[in-house]
Design a protein around this ligand. Structure first.
Ligand SMILES: Cc1cc2nc3c(=O)[nH]c(=O)nc-3n(C[C@H](O)[C@H](O)[C@H](O)COP(=O)(O)OP(=O)(O)OC[C@H]3O[C@@H](n4cnc5c(N)ncnc54)[C@H](O)[C@@H]3O)c2cc1C
Length: 534
């Protein structure tokens, strides 16, 4: 049985599907067979195949997939649950591990705040959430209380102990968690599943699209000499944006004015004996390095800005960081186009994945965009609502999600206190901020609660309140230690020792990641209900 995950919108595979034919959609063509293409194929298949719609995925035999993208948010669990695919099946096939959250190392130089963990929070964290928010607000207002996020959350302690976020059966609480996985294996797994479920696959190289008189896409032509028509086209061709950009010329909004990174270099290293349950993101001279644990290896990479260093310098710095200067391991270099299209759904074309846009991988949000874009689109199809007003509403939603997430990612850079390179100084001095971000920083600096502001539509559209408290406090955005006054009774309400003990008692119910992963093929029990707190 799969999980019924309330906040994650998932439900059992047995949920009855509508089989009534859909007016106007008989044939769907997806161009591109990366993670975006196959996730799209599976989500559409679930809704459309029973309604007699034919879904065909075209993939170039000469253009490869991007092959990175190995960390997820907790929402990926909802994707697999909704398709009725169990962890016991997909995780071993993709060398996957559980992820409790992300450690950010070296982003701040403030004493005591040189690193912090951004946990995936869950209902159990309600036990300590009030204490955390209270202490953070007291410290912004000058009281010397403990307000570093790392002492308050269970996922943080699990990651520090390399435990997996799956409790023993006797402990009836579910923990929100994400995953790490091998991107190439995940693509192959999803392809197998989609084809098994009735999606057609054709290996061919699309050369161009032909438009009809109203500007919609009529057909795509291939190097192999075929012309393929459809009612709906999905552009999953990656950064190439074959349909949404090259054919439809949809305007693109670049994020380069406040997200400077535009390149990456990746290198694998052997996995540790005790497999970690976190991604580590370490600030380097001109960007940051990721370290992602799989069962078979660590995936590592350096995301940097070519305005500030060359690919050769980046590779050398990454090799030094990993202790690989002498090793004969080849590196992969990639370029990234950072920004988004203005219309993810334009005419009869839906753009999904890198073709619709990309906010650099710092919080591993790209697969979530894929999932949300396609499930959101399916809601409109199922409601038979495909007109211009529906398109505008849909595009606004996706754009809001992009901009809200962008605000959060920008905050990582804007709040850095490093001064060792031009790159970090330029990030700290950059004032290209959205109005929502300005308001939020203003409230924080003046000692006011940010909860109401985050709750407002604009700023909360990417990340929940709790994440905003974590990032600002984790980066140490507080008065300097010398300016803090001793905490009086009202500020100092909570005992950190009690909080430590409470968390420790919970953590004892979780097993080491490696031990748990060895049991996955035997099917780890799934909790039947999950409730997210905020
Ligand atoms: C450095 C980096 C790190 C990342 N890390 C993360 C992460 O941790 N978490 C996360 O969620 N995401 C991450 N991402 C993003 C993630 O990799 C992508 O969102 C995801 O892989 C989806 O890519 P895609 O399918 O859109 O594109 P691609 O994988 O590039 O696939 C494009 C497909 O289009 C096909 N194609 C191209 N041209 C043609 C043509 N002419 N005819 C037919 N087919 C064609 C190709 O054959 C291929 O199948 C990262 C990205 C980068 C660059």
């Amino acid at each position: 049985m799969t999980t019924a995950t309330l906040f994650n919108y998932s439900y059992g595979p047995g949920t009855r599907r509508d089989t009534a034919p859909l007016p106007g959609i008989r044939r769907v063509v997806i161009v591109g067979g990366g993670t975006a293409g196959w996730m799209t194929a599976l989500i559409l298949a679930r809704s459309l195949l029973d309604r007699g719609v034919q879904i065909t995925l075209l993939e170039s035999p000469v253009v490869g997939i991007i092959g990175v993208g190995e960390g997820s948010t907790p929402w990926l669990r909802g994707f697999f649950d909704s398709l009725g695919i169990e962890e016991a099946e997909w995780m071993p096939a993709c060398h996957a591990t559980y992820k409790c959250g992300i450690t950010f190392e070296g982003w701040s130089t403030k004493p005591g705040f040189e690193k912090y963990f951004h946990p995936f929070a869950s209902m159990l964290d309600n036990l300590t959430m009030r204490q955390f928010v209270h202490n953070v607000e007291a410290r912004i207002n000058g009281a010397n209380v403990h307000a570093h996020p790392d002492r308050f959350f269970i996922a943080t302690r699990l990651a520090a102990n390399r435990r997996a976020p799956k409790s023993s059966e006797a402990f009836p609480f579910d923990i929100w968690h994400g995953y790490h996985f091998d991107a190439v294996l995940l693509g192959q797994f999803l392809q197998r599943k989609a084809v098994e479920r009735g999606v057609r696959y054709q290996s061919c190289h699309v050369t161009h699209a032909t438009l009809s008189a109203d500007g919609a896409i009529e057909s795509v032509s291939t190097q192999e000499g075929e012309t393929i028509a459809a009612d709906l086209f999905v552009d999953c061709s990656g950064f190439a944006g074959l349909l949404i950009d090259k054919a439809l010329h949809t305007p693109f909004v670049s994020f380069a004015n406040n997200l400077f990174n535009d390149a990456a270099v990746a290198l694998p290293t052997p996995i540790d004996a005790a497999i970690p349950s976190e991604t580590v993101s370490t600030a380097l001279k001109h960007g940051w390095a990721w370290k992602i644990p799989l069962t078979s290896r660590f995936g590592n990479g350096y995301v940097y800005s070519t305005q500030f260093c060359t690919p050769e310098e980046a590779e050398t710095e990454l090799r030094q960081h990993l202790g690989l200067m002498q090793a004969d391991v080849p590196a992969r270099h990639l370029r990234m186009k950072i920004g988004r299209v203005t219309q993810h759904w334009n005419k009869n074309c839906l753009a999904v994945g890198l073709s619709q846009g990309f906010i650099e991988p710092l919080e591993a949000t790209a697969l979530l965009f894929i999932q949300r874009t396609v499930t959101g689109f399916v809601e409109f199809i199922e409601a038979g609502d495909m007109g211009e007003a529906a398109q505008a509403k849909f595009n606004q939603r996706v754009n809001d999600h992009f901009e809200g997430t962008r605000d959060y990612i920008v905050t990582h850079y804007k709040t850095n206190t490093r001064s060792d390179t031009d790159y970090w100084r330029a990030n700290a001095q950059n004032n290209n901020l959205s109005d929502s971000l300005r308001r939020l920083y203003g409230l924080w600096m003046s000692g006011k609660s940010i909860a109401a502001e985050v709750g407002r539509q604009e700023i909360g559209r990417g990340y929940p309140i709790f994440s905003w408290y974590c990032i600002m406090s984790g980066m140490g955005i507080f008065p300097d230690q010398k300016d803090l006054r001793p905490a009086n009774g009202k500020a100092d309400l909570y005992s950190m020792e009690e909080i430590d003990n409470l968390i420790e008692r919970c953590v004892q119910n979780f097993r080491p990641q490696k031990e748990l992963l060895a049991d996955i093929p035997k099917k780890i029990h799934e909790k039947s209900l999950q409730i997210y707190f905020w």
